[in-house]
Ligand binder design. Structure first.
Ligand code: G3H
Length: 528
């Protein structure tokens, strides 16, 4: 019996007009059609046994990528361009115009997310809606930053106005798993602070941004936002080597992040904001509420087929409860419904990355070779991989140390809490942990052991990024910089101070500038 029934034909209610989004790129305020090499956008959904081709995205040349960079550089104009010098009120107006136009494109974007990366309709809608809310919250926070910057401080005989200024030309590269949300949670704050942007779309999921090109073109001055698709080495190498990138926003692997940084001739001039790998463990203590722990571990490890940087990627279960825990866990994982992204209630869907089911099968085989058993799942068919529970995973297995980024739940046991401490100390990652238990003293001990090793400790709940007002970051190879609605605006800006002595002549001068409204920067305009 097939693991999943692939559609014989495309249902009308989820059809995407991929041709309308094909071969387009956005440069210097123009939506252009690329006439050179393109790449097929191959859906993980097999129609007639083949990946359904949705359309093509351009594979722009190095020259075209450098044209996008030149447009962003010209719009920045050494910080003198209309966008970086614009009063915040007008920048807010542009962001609001963009958001309204974006909201009107919800359905095409949601359908593309379903087809391109196999995200369920519910999750695709959540990704879209959450991103719109994030932008609206960013606008409100930007106004608050502006209000703070409108004040003067007087300290030790010096008066000063301190405002946050943009950094310059920003390169944004988001990931395939949240192609919209994780790209926009850097791109939008970068724009909001007055930076200009070049964005390269992710290898999978990139077409879902194309329906928003008109909104970008119509809301922002030419050159402020430039977006293309292309081979990373061909396009990003020359952009980095130019030395013209002032800020890098990259969500992906630490290997590529390091490569990009090394290509910049003056890496010290480039601020890096990154979201990288993670191997977030769950720790299930003997007194944990097992129903809560199972529910949170299943969802934490397997929502969007485990393709989340925040996913639980290794479960440490106390040896005294491991038999009962693993039995319940395998039952819950086996009960997950497989289907197409639009199938009501589907929780397991096809995987977008080429070769991913085979890679996951290798992870499982390696663990089995090290003495693990597969308690459920693990079968691969086409682009589909039935979620596997693998137990007990030994420290020598790849699944113990490497990020699987897919639907495998590795379970290991521990006797003493110090073993968890040891795991985190040895791990190259430091994003989050989830602890399940009830004893305040024991939980407190683990919190204190983890507090300086990760950046978020979740109690009786799975690891996650939200709410988006909370700081999202990591240590070691997991992240650089902090993202939240508030922190992202800080990350993409730097404080600039206008300072003067407090003598009468200086006060008169500052007063004259402010009351004449001659400066966009030195201003007490108040934005509500
Ligand atoms: O892939 C990483 C995402 O930022 C995770 O976000 O925890 O809200 O799914 P999430």
């Amino acid at each position: 019996m097939a693991l999943i029934e692939f559609p014989g034909e495309v249902p009308e209610a989820v059809a995407v007009g991929g041709a309308a989004y094909s071969m387009r790129w956005l440069v210097n305020g123009e939506i252009r059609t690329w006439s050179g090499e393109g790449m097929d956008v191959r859906s993980p959904i097999l129609v007639g046994g083949q990946r359904h081709v949705l359309g093509q995205l351009p594979m722009v040349s190095a020259e075209a990528a450098l044209e996008a960079l030149a447009a962003a550089k010209a719009a920045w104009a050494h910080g003198r361009g209309p966008w970086p010098t614009m009063r915040t009120a007008r920048r807010v107006g542009a962001l609001e115009k963009f958001t309204d136009a974006m909201a009107a494109q919800r359905e095409p974007v949601v359908r593309l997310l379903m087809w391109e990366i196999g995200k369920t309709r519910k999750d695709a809608e959540t990704e879209f809606d959450r991103t719109v809310v994030y932008i609206r919250d960013t606008i409100e926070e930007l106004k608050a930053f502006d209000r703070d910057g409108s004040r003067f401080k007087i300290e030790a005989g010096t008066l000063g106005q301190i405002r946050r200024s943009p950094l310059g030309v920003t390169l944004c590269m988001g990931p395939f798993n949240y192609p919209l949300n994780e790209t926009f949670t850097t791109l939008i704050p970068a724009l909001a602070m007055g930076n200009t942007v070049v964005a390269k779309l992710p290898r999978y999921g990139g077409m879902s941004t194309v329906p928003l090109f008109e909104a970008f073109r119509d809301a922002f001055p030419p050159g402020v936002v430039n977006i293309f698709q292309g081979d990373g080495a061909t396009t990003i190498g020359p952009i980095m080597q130019s030395g013209d990138i002032d800020a890098l926003a990259f969500i992906g692997s630490s290997r590529v992040a390091n490569l990009l940084r090394r290509q910049h001739p003056h890496p010290n001039r480039m601020r890096c904001i990154t979201g990288l790998e993670a191997k977030n463990p769950a720790i299930v203590l003997p007194d944990a509420d097992l129903d809560v722990a199972i529910k949170e571990c299943v969802s934490g490890a397997l929502s969007f087929n485990g393709q989340r940087c925040t996913a639980l990627k290794l479960l440490f279960v106390h040896e005294s409860i491991a038999p009962v825990f693993t039995e319940k866990l395998a039952a819950a994982v086996s009960a997950l419904k497989a289907g197409m992204p639009w199938t009501p209630g589907a929780q397991v869907t096809p995987l977008p990355e080429e070769g991913k089911p085979e890679l996951l099968a290798k992870f499982v085989a390696d663990a089995v070779a090290q003495g693990s058993r597969v308690l459920c799942g693990g079968e691969a068919e086409g682009t589909f991989f039935r979620p596997a529970v693998v137990y007990p995973v030994r420290p020598a297995a790849r699944l113990y140390n490497e990020e699987q980024f897919g639907p495998i739940v590795p379970v290991t046991t521990f006797a003493a809490d110090s073993e968890i401490d040891q795991f985190m100390q040895n791990s190259p990652y430091g994003q989050q942990v989830a602890i399940f238990g009830r004893d305040p003293k024991r939980m407190a001990g683990l919190i204190d052991a983890m507090a300086n090793q990760v950046c978020r400790i979740n109690l009786n709940t799975q690891c996650r990024r939200g709410p988006d007002t909370f700081p999202f970051t990591g240590r070691k190879d997991s992240a650089e910089g902090t993202l939240s609605v508030h922190d992202a605006l800080r990350s993409f800006s730097i404080r600039t101070v206008v300072a003067a002595p407090t003598d009468a002549a200086s006060k008169d001068l500052v007063q004259g500038i402010v009351t004449s409204r001659a400066s966009n920067f030195l201003s007490t305009d108040y934005l509500f």
